[in-house]
Design a protein around this ligand. Structure first.
Ligand code: ASP
Length: 584
């Protein structure tokens, strides 16, 4: 039905008669001539209806409306001088139409496709219209390309692609499972995989020593801005590897994807930072390094402080952390706002000290001794116009709140270098964390993650045990994470003991993996990258929903199909399921 796609009409077509098909994007009536922008996924080409060429086509063109589907045949010619549009790939050309077929009509649109539509509900309900917009067509063209280059990369590095089941058992990622009732086994449920974690480990034991999958994962969590209940991971597992090997493969992949999409070479190896350093310096395990503002600890300087808040914090084991905003002479109003923001972010308070004309100014300055002021000035290297912000609190809280405040400062004072891609591996995560809710240690990553060192030698301070785990962070967003796994049963049992997971429970949940570990499991490890997040970052978009063809709302609903929905009583009966609530 066409000789070419619209966006691919080129200079070399001048003089040829072509048949083109697509959608009417815009239409303009200029007296005798009617112009239409004909659009398909490759772009737009201008078609011109002139009564001198064909009265019939010109007549029909008068009735064309937005998004009508048409086919035209006509001669490609250079646009008359002065009417070219160099901003458009086909902007030097137009097609003079001999014949026009209207293949389909289109009702009035719920929103304009050539304007940015801000009502997201409308966009999601009419996703097929939204996806016709040129920006969206670019996004999904890129998405398609990233699948391909991902496969190319793994293929050329000797990886095997596998699909693992959707109907499976618990996965160990620690979120809530989505479940599917089994009609053939009434009262029993499958869990949808939170990741292919256990299967990819089984594949290592099966001898397929380099695995990858572009895998759909399902997690029943409350949705935040960059979360979706189903999302796509680039999932990887390798045998006979340690941390550096997995990291090298990960860097290779990211470099390959970025090159393919942006044609830019990103520098590898990426920077690495320990978890501890990230927390102490940036207050988060996913620091945005597109701007500086590191935290500096002042606990030692102020431990004897005349200022009560500092003194008391230090006496009760807390810390004093600071951030210097350099060379931004802030007004009193800016400073008051900063204090309010810090409190809204969860801080107990925020103290500011600014340097003007060589002296420190602050409501608390009168409580500080000259020695303290000098020591602070020297440690922070202050100049006129600098403001030091200080929080005094328990270490974790001070770090976390200062970390959030740092992000606020970065945005508010436009310190973020928007065009940079700052990759960072965060390594040496703690193996465990303490769950107040469950009153036990839980795995920070998952219970198959290997500790650094011999697990049997650990005693006492379990929170200080480090894991062979790593996260890849890009501009403050976690885009990947993984670990080297425990591959021997004796060590795995020890891990369950640390986690206070009874053997019975472990067997019930992961018995098949445990059994396999005893059948010649090789050392192995892996990683998973968030496919959607990588795309979002690569295309500099704010929402993960923009890169997923059919995303869910914050409430987990699909506005296009209306899922989730009730099912017929008959279906419930077949599943032997009785619901206890009336859906609202
Ligand atoms: N399965 C992990 C996840 O989905 C990644 C990994 O350890 O490979 O977060």
């Amino acid at each position: 039905m066409r000789d070419k796609q619209c966006g691919l009409v080129k200079d070399e077509d001048i003089g040829k008669t072509l048949t083109l098909s697509g959608w009417v994007f815009r239409r303009r009536d200029h007296g005798g001539l009617i112009f239409a922008d004909l659009r398909d996924v490759t772009g737009i080409v201008q078609v011109v209806f002139s009564p001198e060429i064909s009265t019939e086509a010109h007549g029909k063109a008068g009735d064309l409306k937005q998004e009508y589907v048409i086919r035209v045949t006509g001669k490609v010619k250079k646009r008359p001088e002065g009417t070219e549009n160099p901003g458009m790939a086909t902007g030097m050309l137009e097609v003079l139409v001999d014949s026009l077929d209207v293949l389909n009509t289109c009702k009035p649109l719920p929103f304009q496709l050539d304007e940015e539509e801000t009502n997201e509900s409308l966009r999601l309900k009419y996703r097929y219209l939204d996806m016709r917009r040129p920006e969206m067509q670019k996004i999904f063209t890129t998405r398609s390309r990233v699948y391909k280059v991902t496969r190319d990369y793994f293929e050329s590095n000797g990886f095997f692609e596998f699909e693992t089941p959707f109907f499976t058992k618990n996965t160990p990622e620690g979120a809530r499972d989505f479940v599917v009732p089994s009609r053939l086994n009434p009262g029993m449920f499958y869990a949808l995989p939170q990741s292919p974690q256990l299967f990819k480990q089984i594949l290592m034991i099966a001898g397929f020593d380099k695995y990858f999958q572009i895998a759909r994962c399902f997690r029943d969590e409350d949705l935040r801005a960059d979360r979706q209940p189903e999302f796509t991971q680039i999932d990887v597992e390798m045998s006979f590897v340690d941390v550096d090997d997995v990291i090298a493969v990960g860097e290779g992949l990211i470099k390959h994807i970025y090159k393919a999409v942006t044609d830019e070479d990103i520098q590898t190896p990426f920077m690495r930072m320990t978890y501890e350093n990230a927390m102490e310096t940036y207050g988060t395990d996913k620091p945005d390094l597109r701007f500086d503002l590191p935290m500096v600890e002042l606990t030692d300087i102020f431990k004897e402080a005349g200022f009560g808040v500092f003194k008391k914090t230090v006496e009760t084991g807390g810390v004093i952390k600071s951030i210097v905003l350099r060379n931004k002479t802030l007004s009193r109003k800016d400073l008051d706002t900063a204090v309010d923001v810090a409190k809204e972010l969860g801080a107990g308070g925020l103290i500011w000290i600014r340097k003007e004309k060589g002296t420190l100014q602050s409501p608390i300055v009168k409580y500080l001794s000259d020695d303290e002021k000098m020591a602070m000035d020297k440690t922070l290297g202050l100049s006129d116009g600098d403001v030091t912000f200080i929080m005094a609190d328990k270490r974790d809280r001070a770090n976390e709140n200062m970390g959030k405040f740092r992000l606020y400062l970065g945005k508010r004072f436009e310190l973020i270098r928007k065009n940079e891609f700052k990759f960072l591996w965060v390594v040496d995560f703690p193996l465990l964390e303490y769950s107040e809710e469950e009153k036990r240690y839980v795995a920070r990553h998952h219970p198959f993650t290997s500790p650094q060192g011999n697990i049997k030698n650990f005693s006492g301070d379990y929170l200080s045990i480090k894991a062979k785990a790593y996260d890849l962070v890009l501009n403050g967003v976690e885009i990947g994470g993984g670990s080297i796994r425990i591959f021997r049963m004796d060590n795995q049992l020890e891990m369950f003991r640390l986690l206070n997971i009874k053997e019975e429970e472990a067997n019930e949940k992961f018995g098949f993996l445990l059994e396999a570990l005893e059948m010649g499991a090789p050392p192995h490890g892996g990683i998973a990258f968030g496919f959607d997040r990588i795309l979002m970052m690569l295309l500099k978009l704010d929402s993960i929903r923009d890169v997923i063809p059919f995303p869910k709302t914050q409430k987990g609903t699909c506005l296009l199909t209306g899922a989730p929905s009730r099912i017929a009583q008959k279906q419930l009966n077949e599943l032997k399921i009785r619901t206890t609530v009336e859906p609202t």
